[in-house]
Design a binder for this molecule. Sequence first.
Ligand SMILES: Cc1ncc(COP(=O)(O)O)c(C=O)c1O
Length: 401
Amino acid sequence: MQVSRSLFDEVMVPNYAPSAVIPVKGIGSRVWDQNGREFIDFAGGIAVNCLGHCHPALVSALKDQADKLWHLSNVMTNEPALILAQKLVNATFAEKVYFANSGAEANEAALKLARRWAKNEFGEHKTQIIAFKQGFHGRTFFTVTVGGQPAYSDGFGPKPADIVHAEYNNLASLEALISDTTCAVMLEPLQGEGGIITPTPEFIQGVAALCKKHNALMIFDEVQSGVGRTGHLYAYMGLGVVPDILTTAKALGGGFPIGAMLTTTAIAKHLVVGTHGSTYGGNPLACAVGIAAFDTVNTPEVLNGVKQREQLFRDGLHAINAKYDVFSEIRGQGLLIGAALNERYQGKARDFMLAAADEGLMMLVAGYSVIRMTPSLIIPEADIAEGFKRLDKAIAKLAQA
Ligand SMILES: Cc1ncc(COP(=O)(O)O)c(C=O)c1O
């Protein structure tokens, strides 16, 4: 069957507006479309393809597991799920793991657990959840309401209650909201969708101290920042604080859908049998790929390589800015990089993304005025150089226009 982009408009729900290009093949950080046109990939499937496309370790883990066992449900556990959980426990603060299929589901579990923990430990009154403006936590109704962009949660009827938003990097605004009725504070330790906003150390330390003071759980949403993205296995490891609950997804499966919620035994014990679940959570195929991704990423070679590559990306963006004067700031950490457009180009991030695609470079936006790059953590230097050549051409055209 021959398919083209127009079929999307005929048979798909119109909640996305995908590009005209339909990719059919990817190797490493290069992708080819139906017509054989090649792209350099600085998008990484939105921080998912941490090892690029079709990494041999992931392909072989998936193929091996495909010949063994695909699915059981949670009526029985399985070896890949237990092994991946053990690895996550060994490498982090966590003592317990819950597997889900996506970031939103991992966050949904975290929020439900926080509410249940607070009810059991302190009583019915402790239900308030504080999150941050511009934060993003997924699209289920609970997680999107916790997210800090009301436009995403408006228009679907009554929202889950007792959720409020403070300003990111503004401790006073959190202090004004938090109290002993707060059950949890949820935040990204590096805001992604909201524009690549790095927290100050004082802010993060302050959030931790306020949570402690008011017996509230600190939930880190590391769906985008986790699994090596910042050059740490998880971003909290570079911040000098330890969350009570951490959620991880995206790069956890390197392109295969999986999410997880990590926490301590004392907190986890409140999700007793029957309180929460998912048919596919802990699926053997997903966990087998997760093990391979985790083992490949969690090495000094890959994590240190992220920091080296970050420098190449920063250098590339600074060089472009020196030539065309388009950015007001280059920010982020590791390979979660944002370039904020200056006054002249406000609201034009999508134009930059489309112009880059025209030149054969895939990249992303974060809001209307920030371009975002979340490439493979092992993107070859030659691909970075080629990608910047293409970006230069794209911006030369935009800057002339
Ligand atoms: C920080 C963060 N949390 C949660 C999500 C939602 O994850 P998913 O789309 O897998 O549900 C995202 C997705 O962009 C994210 O960036």
